[in-house]
Design a binder for this molecule. Structure first.
Ligand code: WT7
Length: 656
């Protein structure tokens, strides 16, 4: 579609809430007023209505040690009890919690009663391995029910989990295990990827035997998933089926303080060292449950919900594990890739389980657009009633395709802006309440406050002016810090615009109607397929290669993945350039150091890098090159001839 026909198409559409939808929606227009009138009172009500507390809280918010928040002070709860046991006690033990669909077509149906038994067994098993309240547990697992069970078992005994995405390498795993000082790792022998088993435990072994450092890991608990051959350390390694299967099926859940740490999740920042974002219990669970109800509009008694994220990312934590399970919802969990064994796999799953609420990422939608609308057209998707999007801005064209070909031209789409740090959805339309605006996340949900600031830190409301998105009031699911580094927490989020504003790192603007449009990161962070990658982390991976003297990485726009990693590399004087072989070697090196998601789409061997007089690399100019644009203003370069040198002497390697 051309831009003109796209915008005329948009004008013709009626995107106001549909009759019939509003009446049944969990979110209401009144909530905006309630929350605006009494911010804390609103959240206190959400906490008491949606969560079971063993001890009620005395104070809603303690912000006296800002930016370190305490929510629902004095309250006690057990997160796993809230996600599992209470539903069984309320007579919903037979309700399906998880319809599991393995990549190879194997299925499992896990009811809430099943989940209660499995979580109890796993909690007993963790305790038998010496895991105590406060100990950290690393989880390096694929998308299988045991992963959810493990996370809930950790929550049950108060041992914060640190889930590390299964696509990360041994190197990345090592750093994260060491930073969190995890004493137990839970993993699987392998994982299925495009029909083939790929090893997983091997990376755990390598992470533990990393260099000369003594590893904090005492035990490794291993689920057998693929029958992949594994090396075995009799002292350290334990099979899940040997230990967990025989455990008692009940476990006494102890109440935890509302501020007890629930999990750590590493995310990329602007430096090479990933940040351990940590979240606590009561506030996080409240916002997870609330947003899954009012934004996804999940009705636990009738909906079948499917969030396609991996549990290794925050979306999987909040919207596969904690939100929907706290609400007692029924959900689909799919292990594999969208094109295994065919490109209609997702639509087949929706038809099979009658999925009614689908939450996915723009990069997936753009991939399906490429594969063609005739693929979903052969499946019955009439069960769909709400669609969600997360991870990056969704371009209007993808929005329209999603609505038309997946949503039957009727389902509201919620474009949800949030971050690992925010813990839950922050800016999004409410289905049934908001008149939708394709491409915009629109406005903060009830209970959330945001502004856009100019360079001087002043809020403005003019349309089309670009500024910085900030959050202006503390919210229950907010991060409580960076694990082990309170200074970095203050510095990263609360210094740019003073202690009053949380700086999200995103550019934003308003349109004429007052909708917020998110415009991407303003820092050296890339967004590739909705995954956050740091330029510095990839640069340091590149320079760890013996042939590399210097490296600069930029995110260049990419039709499918949003942004793609483009690296500019100066080789060492003694290194010989083997052209395409060198390029491939460097690409593979990054995949090995960080993980396949970080593998550069392009590596360009260059003689120089553009730098300012103070030595700062001017990534903006490299981005121009990577995006095939006329190179911008070079006047602040120390040596203005560098850019022509780069363009002339470039040998380019591209993706496979
Ligand atoms: C960054 C956070 C939120 C879970 C997945 C990613 C970008 C996220 C949107 C959206 C525009 C978005 C932002 C944000 N982002 N959702 N709906 N529209 N941008 O979590 O890895 O912590 O990344 O993703 O740039 O800062 P994350």
């Amino acid at each position: 579609m051309s831009d003109d026909s796209l915008s005329s198409h948009l004008h013709e559409m009626d995107l106001s809430p549909q009759p019939g939808f509003t009446e049944q929606a969990n979110g209401t227009a009144a909530m905006y007023d309630e929350a605006a009138a009494d911010h804390e009172g609103f959240w206190a009500r959400q906490a008491r209505e949606r969560i079971d507390w063993s001890t009620d809280f005395e104070q809603t918010l303690d912000w006296t040690e800002a930016p370190f928040a305490k929510w629902f002070v004095g309250g006690e709860l057990n997160v796993a009890y809230n996600c599992v046991d209470r539903h069984v006690e309320n007579g919903n033990g037979d309700r399906v919690a998880i319809h599991f669909e393995g990549e190879g077509g194997d299925t499992r149906t896990v009811t809430y009663a099943d989940l209660q038994r499995e979580v109890a067994k796993a909690a007993n098993a963790l305790e038998s391995l010496g895991v105590e309240k406060g100990d950290r547990v690393a989880v390096y697992m694929p998308m299988i029910p045991e992963t959810v069970v493990t996370m809930l078992a950790c929550a049950r005994i108060g041992a914060p989990h640190s889930v590390i995405f299964g696509g990360f390498s041994a190197e990345a795993l090592h750093t994260r295990i060491a930073d969190a000082d995890a004493k137990l790792v839970v993993t699987t022998d392998g994982q299925f990827r495009r029909g083939k088993p790929a090893p997983l435990k091997a990376a755990v072994d390598a992470a533990i035997h990393h260099g000369d450092d003594a590893s904090p890991v005492e035990k490794v608990l291993v689920v057998k998933r693929t029958d992949t051959e594994v090396e075995w350390d009799d002292e350290r390694d334990v099979w899940w089926h040997d230990l967990v299967d025989g455990q008692p099926t009940t476990h006494d859940a102890q109440p935890m303080d509302s501020e007890h740490p629930l999990f750590i999740l590493y995310t990329s920042g602007t430096t090479g060292k990933p940040k351990g974002i940590f979240h606590t219990s009561g506030g996080y669970l409240t916002q997870a449950a609330y947003t899954n109800a009012v934004v996804h509009d999940v009705h636990p008694e009738s909906d079948v919900y499917w969030c396609t994220a991996d549990v290794g990312w925050v979306t999987g934590h909040t919207y596969i594990v904690y939100g929907p399970l706290a609400n007692g919802a029924t959900q689909v969990m799919y292990e594999g890739t969208p094109d295994t064994p065919h490109q209609g796999r997702w639509w087949e799953i929706i038809e099979k389980y009658k999925v009614s609420v689908l939450y996915t990422a723009p990069t997936a939608i753009r991939t399906f657009m490429k594969w063609g609308a005739d693929i979903p057209a052969t499946f019955d998707l009439s069960s769909i009633r709400v669609l969600g999007s997360v991870g990056e801005p969704i371009n209007p064209e993808a929005w329209l395709w999603y609505r038309k070909h997946i949503g039957g031209d009727a389902a509201p789409i919620v474009d949800t802006w949030w971050q690992t740090e925010t813990g839950g959805i922050m800016i999004s339309p409410l289905p049934g309440v908001t008149t939708l605006e394709p491409g915009s996340a629109q406005r903060p949900i009830p209970g959330i406050a945001a502004e856009i600031l100019d360079d001087d830190g002043a809020p403005f409301t003019e349309a089309e002016k670009v500024g910085y998105l900030v959050l202006t009031k503390p919210w229950p699911a907010m991060l409580r810090g960076i694990w082990g580094d309170p200074e970095r927490y203050k510095e990263t989020y609360w210094s740019r615009f003073g202690p009053k504003y949380y700086f999200a790192g995103d550019g934003a603007k308003y349109d004429e109607k007052g909708n917020i449009w998110l415009l991407g990161r303003v820092d050296d962070v890339m967004n590739v397929s909705g995954h956050r990658l740091s330029t510095a982390e990839i640069e340091s991976a590149l320079v760890s290669h013996p042939s590399v003297a210097e490296a600069a990485v930029v995110g260049a726009s990419d039709e499918t993945t949003g942004q793609a990693v483009c690296a500019f590399v100066i080789l060492r004087g003694d290194a010989t350039d083997h052209g395409e072989d060198t390029v491939q070697e460097l690409r593979n090196h990054v995949a090995k150091e960080i993980g396949p998601i970080a593998k550069p789409r392009q590596v360009m061997i260059v003689p120089e890098l553009p730098k300012t007089r103070s030595g700062k690399i001017m990534r903006r100019l490299l981005k121009d090159v990577a995006e095939n644009r006329e190179v911008g203003d070079v006047t602040t370069l120390a040596d203005s001839s560098v850019m022509s040198l780069i363009k002339d002497g470039m040998s380019t390697g591209s993706a496979d």
